[in-house]
Design a protein around this ligand. Structure first.
Ligand SMILES: Nc1nc2c(ncn2[C@@H]2O[C@H](COP(=O)(O)OP(=O)(O)OP(=O)(O)O)[C@@H](O)[C@H]2O)c(=O)[nH]1
Ligand SMILES: [Mg+2]
Length: 304
């Protein structure tokens, strides 16, 4: 009998949730960076094989919100753990301490009806001997609040360690049912959304701490045409929105160099995603404190 279900990946910022979902799906549906709070909204990654369809939901890292944008992100996480079949709670083995964020995650998932799998990621970064201790600490805490991890699996997405086992266990816990998405679907992200996220990824990687977290990317034009040589080309116009005038100058950089760098790295990735040439134009605009403004956040993505 065919199985189909939803699997939410939840955890602290930077645990490797998006990296894991990309690995499982075999396509980059979500951007990943070494900076915390990279993912801002829930992103689906879908795998369909002979026996099952697994619909993964990558979520923003759990943190205490500092602004409306953060509150929106945390609402997304809540929605994604409310009604799924399996929850993968992902922990970074190199930062294993149970802090308030980790406690809150476990207190939130303990009451859900979903099967919970604890996956300890980045085991490539630690000595093998430390894994058991980490497992015990998490298992003890979860049990102390009445929880029960169905499985505990140490993994390394980088080394492809434990990934096959994780997929096998997830499949085990999925309910029987027809597929929800068609066989060729791999994500619910549109090409426009993927484009916005690719540009945000480059900005996060190239700019210093405070600035890229206040960035929002909006595609204004996304049009395919034929050029003079009759080759397909996309004209893509994009706004990078930042919170302060001083940030605008930094994003553009001396002689426009920073913006050129963001643009050329992003264009290469967008071209390989679309498999066509791209004519990318980027403008930088200021919207004072947009992260505090409900109206700007509302239209980030209508669905959780
Ligand atoms: N060493 C090691 N690093 C990893 C592994 N998996 C992910 N990373 C790195 O961890 C960092 C964070 O990865 P992300 O996938 O963006 O983390 P995230 O949990 O989605 O983070 P947020 O979206 O901010 O919540 C990146 O620099 C990844 O390359 C792994 O198995 N081993
Ligand atoms: Mg992420």
């Amino acid at each position: 009998m065919f199985k189909c279900g939803y699997i939410t990946v939840v955890g602290k910022p930077n645990a490797g949730k998006s990296t894991l979902v990309n690995k499982l799906v075999g396509f980059k549906v979500a951007i990943t960076t070494p900076k915390p709070q990279t993912t801002r909204y829930n992103i689906k990654g879908i795998i369909t094989n002979k026996n099952s369809q697994m619909i993964f939901i990558d979520t923003p890292g759990v943190h205490i919100p500092k602004h409306k944008m953060g509150e929106y992100m945390m609402k997304g996480v809540e929605a994604a753990i409310a009604s799924v079949d399996v929850i993968i709670y992902l922990v970074d083995a190199s930062r294993p301490t149970i802090d308030i964020a980790n406690e809150n995650i476990m207190k939130n998932i303990v009451n859900s009806k979903s099967k919970v799998i604890l996956a300890i990621n980045k085991i490539d970064k630690i000595e093998k001997g430390k894994i058991l201790k980490i497992i015990k600490v998490y298992d003890d805490f979860f049990k102390s609040i009445g929880g029960n991890f169905k499985e505990i699996i140490p993994i390394s997405v980088f080394k492809n360690d434990g990934i096959d086992l994780l997929i096998k266990e997830i499949e085990e816990y999925l309910p029987e049912g027809e597929r929800i998405y068609s066989e060729e679907d791999i994500t619910d992200m549109t090409e426009r959304e993927l484009t916005e996220e690719i540009i945000r990824e480059k900005a996060l990687n190239l700019l210093d701490e405070e600035i890229p977290h206040g960035i929002k990317v909006e595609v204004q034009k996304f049009k395919k045409r034929k050029n003079r040589e009759k080759q397909a080309i996309y004209d893509i116009d994009v706004d990078i929105i930042c919170e302060k005038n001083s940030h605008k100058g930094i994003i553009i950089g001396k002689d426009g160099n920073m913006l050129k760098k963001i643009g050329s790295l992003a264009r290469a990735d967008i071209e390989s995603m679309l498999e066509d040439k791209v004519n990318l134009k980027i403008w930088v605009k200021v919207r004072e404190n947009w992260q505090q403004n409900e109206n700007y956040i509302k239209n980030i993505r209508s669905k959780f």
